[in-house]
Write a new protein. Sequence first.
Length: 143
Amino acid sequence: MSGKKITIFIIITAILIIAGFLLAPRIAAYYEWQNVVEAASAMPWQDGGTITMVNEPCILDTPPPPATPVTCSHCPFVSASVAPGQCEFYIELVQQSQHGTQFMAVPVAFDGYRGGGTHPRAGTQYIAGGASNVVPWIIGIPK
């Protein structure tokens, strides 16, 4: 090969290597998202839509008002769905989903966020599956 062809080959190889390094995380996140979608489709409860509000973590009313149930006032959905006084162990995700306005009660130590996104944020899309909206097993959030 001539010197000109070798130079062109080296330049093209360098461009392909750089493109591979830049695209590899996006490709991995895409396949992780696909796996979440497939996994959620086999679960008893599935939902998907847009997260509209994230209340994390829910804070127990201190002190609780007298003669009323113990709640987390800024997490009304979680307060109504979990045992009294246990709302502080959850993050409330309010979303506009295929079922209308819904919520998920996600345990604070939940490690089932997949799909490239590391944590829920308002305005992001999601897909979730599990036993119910109070017992999610996996939550897919794209990057």
